[in-house]
Design a protein around this ligand. Structure first.
Ligand code: HAM
Length: 410
């Protein structure tokens, strides 16, 4: 037998209601914010990710699924959603009118070491807002993230937030960090030695424990913010206070992708981030478009579903309504037409498709969680009145064949 690839998993029928609850909440809340859905290809030119996520990030150097297509082009499965969305809005002139608020629900591919909460295929609900450099843009985006989580029943995921400054403050900070790194050069790992040269900020995401220990004493970007970045950050926090979103300031938060400027944030369940994002004001220009300030987030759906248990969140699991059971073979055609009539009224209904006995039909209906079972046999065919049993209370009511619509209101 061929198994599912390592680091991926099937979404099984017994779990699909959780995914549907997440996707329904995402679409409902996105609509409240007037955010429109966008869908981009699963694969893009690999170069797109090198130029956006960054050629010194783990995501690009170690985790990207890269392949050559039959035309000899270097392609990559998307290792995140933002770059493809930015590519698309530039290519299709979507951002001629601003602001633009977009969202997506899609698969993301990273060749990570599989472990709890880390998959090689995961799915994200993401949002990308284009057009405003004002602090209210972060507040609007985080409002959407917050309302989405609240819609699902999460009340206690704490937001961690930081500012990693703009190019101006980053230059001064990079010099300070490089000076620190050259002092500890002998002790840091090979990857960090390389990162120190290309992009010193990336050393801080290193997963090697001895490096992490050393970086506890590294200079922090928050101490190097220019006045504009400081004011921006303070205004974002004030805006969050204004709409009642709680946060903690985390001065060590830098995120593992290169495109961020100023605000970065994560919502965590224990050590694992469930949702992460920030501002990326330079990315449109970097990818050949007009300078356009942007903010966005990505929320990992697998992690969100796992976190639900720890946070006492139960997803809505709608039950099918009526199973129409045949008590005798002569009633089977009527069962089929009754089910059709119920479905035409918008009532979820099913009848036996396997030639089961009445007892086995009841057992099936019970296992499937049907709220009601209607039984049709010879005497019901004659009387035109069908008994309808409430499967949780056991109560039976009689429904006339020519008045099935009463079931809609049950
Ligand atoms: P990210 O932090 O790399 O950001 O991923 C976003 C979320 O995806 C994480 O918080 C996590 O829940 C989930 N995730 C990431 N990797 C894995 C994995 N291997 N297995 C399971 N879940 C995972 C981004 O991808 C940015 N594009 C977010 C963003 C949008 N920034 C601005 N706009």
């Amino acid at each position: 037998m061929i198994n599912v690839p390592k680091g991926t998993k099937d979404m099984l029928p017994s779990e699909s209601y959780k995914w549907q609850a997440v996707e329904n909440a995402a679409k409902k809340i996105a609509a409240l914010y007037n955010a429109k859905q966008i869908r981009t290809p699963v694969f893009e030119h690999a170069e797109l990710f090198l130029r956006s996520v960054g050629d010194s990030t783990d995501i690009v150097t170690k985790e990207m699924y890269v392949f050559e297509d039959k035309g000899g082009r270097k392609m990559a499965l998307r290792p995140e959603g933002t770059a493809g969305v930015v590519r698309s809005v530039l290519e299709n002139n979507v951002i001629e009118t601003l602001p633009q608020k977009l969202f997506y629900i899609e698969g993301v591919y990273r060749y990570e070491q599989p472990q709890a909460g880390r998959y090689r295929e995961h799915h994200q609900f993401g949002a990308e807002f284009f057009g405003s450099g004002l602090p209210c843009f972060e507040v609007e985006l985080l409002g959407l993230a917050h309302d989405f989580l609240r819609e699902l029943g999460f009340n206690d995921l704490r937001l961690k937030i930081n500012s990693i400054g703009c190019n101006k403050c980053r230059a001064e900070y990079n010099a300070a960090l490089r000076a620190f790194l050259s002092g500890v050069n002998e002790k840091i790992c090979g990857d960090c030695k390389r990162r120190a040269e290309i992009n010193p900020l990336r050393t801080l995401d290193c997963k090697v424990p001895s490096c992490q220990e050393i970086y506890k004493n590294a200079p922090r970007i928050s101490d190097y913010l220019c006045d504009d970045c400081k004011a921006h950050h303070a205004a974002v926090l004030k805006g969050l206070d204004g709409i009642g979103i709680k946060y903690v300031q985390d001065k060590n938060l830098v995120r593992g992708l290169d495109y961020y400027t100023r605000t970065v944030f994560e919502l965590c369940d224990g050590d694992l981030a469930v949702l992460g994002g920030g501002r990326y004001d330079n990315l449109c220009e970097q990818l050949g478009g007009k300078p356009t300030p942007c903010v966005g987030f990505g929320c990992g759906i697998e992690r969100l579903i796992s976190a639900a248990e720890a946070h006492g969140v139960a997803f809505d699991n709608p039950v099918p309504k009526v199973f129409v059971a045949a008590q005798a073979d002569c009633a089977r055609d009527t069962c089929v037409s009754t089910v059709k009539a119920l479905r035409d009224m918008g009532v979820a209904a099913e009848c036996d498709l396997m030639g089961k006995s009445l007892k086995a039909q009841f057992k099936y209906a019970d296992r499937q969680g049907f709220a009601y079972v209607m039984t049709i046999g010879e005497s019901e065919l004659n009387s035109g009145v069908y008994p309808l049993k409430n499967m949780s209370s056991g109560q039976v009511i009689n429904v006339k064949a020519d008045n099935l619509s009463v079931i809609k209101d049950l």
